[in-house]
Design a protein around this ligand. Structure first.
Ligand SMILES: [Zn+2]
Length: 253
């Protein structure tokens, strides 16, 4: 993260390279089972910035010992690694290894989520209701005031799979927070809360389809997603949720 001052912040290497699977790190803080590192490749779950994606799991290697990281959580601007075994001491040098199979599935879901959200807005109308959730296997997006006809939902799925097959390129870049509405749609900017300490906002651009605020890990190109399939609930693609939300759920396979 990019806050200045206070304790040394963890260098979040997953924001620079989604495909980085391990790094060397020094333990900077230990509190109970929670360990902070100088560097990490493990992407935390956090509710503060943009849409959260599931946390990474992994392993810390301390000499000959393997320490399991059962979850990684963003607490304010701190990245906390929850260790199952006795944590390493402050100052120890460790290897930080990512559970890549889990992460890659998340990256495929997460990247598909950006595509599906954009197409749902274009085809079904309405607005995102700040609730994009990418779970381990099923991902969903919540809209309001949109057309919930089944044929609209199927058109979103069809267009998304066409974009996947076209193998569109995906890039990440940063812009000053005061300029973000030059890059992203107002209705998308309004759906994201950006913490005070962030002065440069991270954006993901999927070819000429969309630009979104994104602090997750994404693929390099759309073909890696594979295929996207909508999951109907009670034989309807849009599920009615509390607060007037209309939920579209899908899997990648
Ligand atoms: Zn994202």
């Amino acid at each position: 993260m990019d806050k200045a001052g206070g304790d040394a912040m963890t260098k979040a290497l997953y924001l620079e390279d989604s495909y980085l699977k391990d790094c060397k790190a020094t333990v900077t803080k230990v509190s109970g089972r929670k360990v902070e590192l100088s560097h990490t490749v493990l992407n935390p779950h956090g509710d503060e910035i943009a849409h959260p994606q599931p946390h990474d799991k992994g392993t810390l290697v301390l000499g000959t010992k393997l320490l399991s990281v059962s979850k990684t959580i963003l607490d304010g601007d701190r990245i906390l690694h929850y260790i199952k075994e006795k944590p390493p001491p402050v100052g120890a040098d460790v290897g930080c290894y990512l559970d890549w199979a889990r992460r890659y599935r998340v990256m495929r879901n997460h990247t598909a989520m950006h595509i599906m959200a954009q197409l749902a807005l274009e085809i079904c109308g309405g607005r995102i209701n700040g609730n994009l959730e990418c779970r381990d296997h099923i991902t969903h997006i919540d809209l309001r005031d949109c057309n919930t006809a089944d044929n609209c939902a199927k058109q979103v799925e069809r267009e998304a799979n066409r974009i996947v097959q076209e193998d569109r390129s995906i890039e990440i870049f940063y812009v000053p927070r005061k300029n973000i509405t030059d890059y992203i749609e107002q209705r998308k900017a309004e759906s994201v809360v950006i913490p005070e300490y962030v002065d440069k906002v991270r954006l993901v651009k999927i070819d000429d389809l969309c630009v979104d605020i994104c602090y997750g890990t994404v693929l390099r190109s759309t073909r890696e997603i594979g295929s996207i399939r909508l999951i109907p609930k009670h034989n309807k693609y849009f599920e009615e949720k509390a607060g007037g939300n209309k939920r579209l759920a899908f899997v990648v396979y």
